[in-house]
Design a protein around this ligand. Structure first.
Ligand code: GAF
Length: 393
């Protein structure tokens, strides 16, 4: 098997958005705005615990072609669904009135209006190379591209550092998914050749150089193709359990439990499940800090064991993995990967593996063989490099 490198043919998606716009609205768009998907190198389920994450933007993008629209209304067409969706301020102002994929667009209009900004009516056409349902943040990509388009079309004053929180509000309060700040931050603030070290409490960021190719390495992303099983309910349950534990421990968030105090904190919790949830979050925060320290020192290969330890913690303590992702991690490690872990919210989605650049095909083949042996649907595989964040094209 030959493992494709993401980023080839990247103009196609921008062309598709432009062509879709012309075909649907019979005129030229005023511009095109792109936002990428993301993977998270390490730091899972730490964002809503006020902790640390280290994601990077992918060279897979969602592109929105847009122009001001008549009557202060919004019309959105997506290549995923031939029927355009139209809504006005009344629908945008009432979370839930617009549903399906268009809710991510209406949610952005809602969040901008809720922030007191005068959002211009617009026509939009959306094309995307970010697969939906693979855990690569297709929702943050659409939110962030639409946000960039509406901000520019309206000449709105919204600096880049305020945008992730606003896009997150669209998802939390309009769409109704209780997610953290990681995905929108990665998608908006990502920088080519870097991973984004984000303190989710202060929203301070540090761009950490991460160029696996320069170190003779590659990051292989494996789409587990596992159907998301109860992902929304389980995500919300994990979040609640962390919040309850923080309240019991008398801290604002689990980020406030220092690694050195972990055993004492665990001793104060009276059920084993909560203890394991807390242990995951506290140790995962520490693994992010350790990964950042290694990357700052240029010791890229040495982050492998931290990635693998993160996976074990998600599997055994946070219990968010499924057989397909565990199989992909085990097969990648057995075929020589330096480290591997599930990335994203869990219950399916993607696995990333750090490996020698010339081992990508061997590892991809090994994962595919392990899948075939267990009767799983064939996985998708891609090698990726950190790309830039949301931008006008
Ligand atoms: C999903 C969420 F959207 C993020 O906020 C984050 O919590 C992640 O799951 C788990 O790390 O992607």
């Amino acid at each position: 098997m030959s493992t494709p490198v993401v980023g080839e043919g990247r103009d196609d998606v921008a062309d598709r958005a432009g062509a879709g716009f012309r075909q649907r609205y019979g005129t030229e768009p005023a511009g095109r705005w792109a936002a990428p998907g993301r993977v998270n190198l390490i730091g899972e389920h730490t964002d809503y615990n006020d902790g640390f994450v280290l994601p990077f933007a992918l060279p897979l993008r969602t592109v929105v072609a847009a122009a001001p629209g008549p009557d202060g209304r919004w019309t959105v067409w997506s290549e995923l669904d031939d029927e355009p969706v139209e809504f006005g301020a009344a629908e945008a102002d009432e979370p839930g009135r617009v549903d399906g994929w268009a809710a991510y667009v209406a949610g952005v209009v809602w969040a901008l209006r809720a922030a007191g900004l005068d959002v211009p009516g617009a026509r939009l056409a959306i094309a995307s190379d970010v697969p939906v349902g693979s855990g690569l943040s297709s929702s943050a990509a659409i939110e962030s591209a639409v946000l960039a388009a509406l901000v520019d079309l309206g000449g709105l004053d919204l600096p880049a550092e305020r945008r992730p929180r606003l896009a997150q509000r669209a998802e939390n309060d309009y769409v109704g998914a209780p997610t953290g700040i990681m995905d929108q931050s990665a998608v908006i603030r990502g920088l080519q050749g870097h991973a984004l070290f984000l303190d989710c409490r202060t929203e301070e960021v540090e761009q950490i150089p991460f160029d696996p190719a320069a170190a003779g390495l590659a990051v292989l992303v494996v789409d587990s193709r596992a159907p998301h099983r109860h992902a929304d309910g389980e995500y919300a349950a994990r979040r609640k359990s962390c919040e309850r534990a923080a309240a019991t421990l008398g801290v604002a968030a689990l980020r406030d439990v220092p690694t050195a105090d972990l055993d004492a904190a665990l001793a104060r919790l009276d059920d084993d499940e909560t203890r394991r949830r807390v242990r995951h979050v506290v140790t995962e925060d520490q693994r992010v800090l350790d990964t950042v320290a290694l990357l700052r020192a240029g010791r890229v290969r040495e982050i492998g064991p931290l990635l693998t330890a993160s996976h074990a913690s998600m599997r055994d303590d946070f219990e968010i993995t499924v057989p397909e992702v565990d199989t992909a991690v085990e097969a990648a490690l057995a075929a020589g990967a330096h480290g591997a872990r599930m990335t994203g919210g869990g219950f399916g989605g993607c696995v990333l593996a750090l490996l020698d650049a010339d081992a990508a095909d061997t590892v991809a083949d090994a994962v595919a063989a392990a899948y075939a042996e267990r009767g799983f649907a064939a996985p998708g595989t891609l090698t990726v490099q950190p790309a830039g964040g949301a931008t006008r094209l």
